[in-house]
Design a protein around this ligand. Structure first.
Ligand SMILES: [Zn+2]
Length: 373
């Protein structure tokens, strides 16, 4: 879930919004202003209701942010890189690059979120009591206390990607020894919870309230698919952790003089090889960058085809590198799952291979075929 609107940094952590939130913000404010507040605190002006409602909706998202910040800060303290926080339709997501190192760290990172929501609920309850003299303000704090308590409870539902699912997985990790087994067991329980929610939702559609029923069933379905993708991701990462870069990389690598033109390259060099990425070197043999066949084909026939490769190459300093004995799991954690940039593999300063997403995909397919996943 990438943010569509960037808000800025809090404690050095990037915070963004998803567009869906703007819609939900309006919905919450509207519900408070025309339904909840007029019902519970009658006799106020429309402006007063709307002001309280807008403050309530803003405070609600501040509470969501507090919940996610707690996850992100504890994760960072435990040595897990935090890519950022995105607030969206269902609340917030802390995007973590990498995994906790221990079951304890996983439990702390997951547990601190609901704990923060419960703490906020307690503070809001205090404010609700203190502000009893002005009913609308007091009512606003009462509502915040309720939604934060609900947020804490909902997040403890034991299914991925909710905090309860991660807590459960941490407990199984601690009992069964590996993160992968922990996730596997937690996903199985999460699946039961998700099917129960779908079942309850369907029953509710035909009995109590169709709208609530559809909501619950939809959430159940969402948890079901989130559990499957969590398990697939964990299995893949575990498989990659057992494989050195040297097993997946393409080797040997053909390097091209960086002073040949794009035209010369496409006419006489590219047809002779089957690679899609080529490192280029200067007359002294020093590597200066990397060119991709796809980028060069795009400029063929145009004015840029006359240019030399060094004008179009991605500078060598921007290209990520790896050692042949590094495991693929940690490399992908470092460079990103997309591996879009291609990785050059050096052994003792010598270029020995190049790694592309296709290399990793091919290796995974082969391992799957061999039943080693
Ligand atoms: Zn959470």
């Amino acid at each position: 879930m990438a943010p569509t609107i960037r808000l800025g940094k809090i404690f050095g952590i990037e915070v963004g919004l998803n567009w869906s939130l703007v819609f939900i913000f309006g919905l919450i404010a509207w519900t408070l202003a025309v339904d909840l507040f007029p019902q519970q605190v009658p006799g106020q002006t429309g402006t007063a209701y709307w002001l309280a409602a807008l403050a309530g909706a803003a405070a609600f998202y501040a509470c969501l942010l507090a919940h996610e910040l707690a996850h992100a800060l504890v994760a960072r303290r435990s040595g897990v890189k935090v890519a950022g926080i995105t607030l969206w339709l269902f609340g917030g997501v802390s995007r973590l690059d990498g995994e906790p190192k221990s079951a304890r760290a996983e439990a702390l990172i997951a547990g601190v979120g609901p704990l923060t929501s419960f703490a906020v609920a307690v503070i809001a309850t205090g404010l609700w009591l203190v502000t009893a003299g002005s009913p609308l303000v007091s009512n606003l704090f009462g509502w915040l206390a309720f939604v934060n308590a609900a947020l804490g409870v909902f997040n403890l539902v034991p299914a991925f990607p909710l905090d309860g699912g991660r807590l459960l997985s941490a407990i199984f990790w601690w009992r069964q020894g590996t993160r992968q087994r922990g996730v596997h067991s937690a996903v199985r329980i999460g699946r039961v919870v998700a099917y129960l929610m779908i079942g309850i939702g369907v029953i509710e559609v035909f009995t109590v309230s169709p709208v609530d029923g559809i909501w619950i069933a939809f959430l159940g379905w969402f948890l079901l698919s989130a559990g499957s993708s969590e398990e697939a991701g964990t299995t893949m990462k575990a498989a990659l952790r057992a494989v050195p870069v040297s097993a997946a990389m393409t080797s040997p690598v053909i390097t091209i003089p960086d002073w040949v033109t794009v035209e010369q390259f496409l006419e006489s060099i590219a047809p002779a090889h089957h690679f899609t990425t080529y490192p280029v070197h200067d007359p002294s043999g020093k590597l200066t960058g990397v060119v991709r066949l796809g980028d060069l084909v795009k400029v063929a026939g145009g004015a840029q085809a006359e240019k030399r490769l060094n004008a179009l190459a991605r500078p060598i300093a921007e290209v990520p590198t790896a050692r042949p004995d590094e495991d693929l799991g940690s490399l992908i954690e470092r460079v990103g799952l997309g591996l879009e940039k291609r990785v050059l593999v050096f052994d003792d300063g010598q270029l020995v291979g190049i790694l592309s997403p296709i290399d990793v995909a091919r290796l995974l397919t082969m391992r799957q075929g061999a039943g080693r996943m």
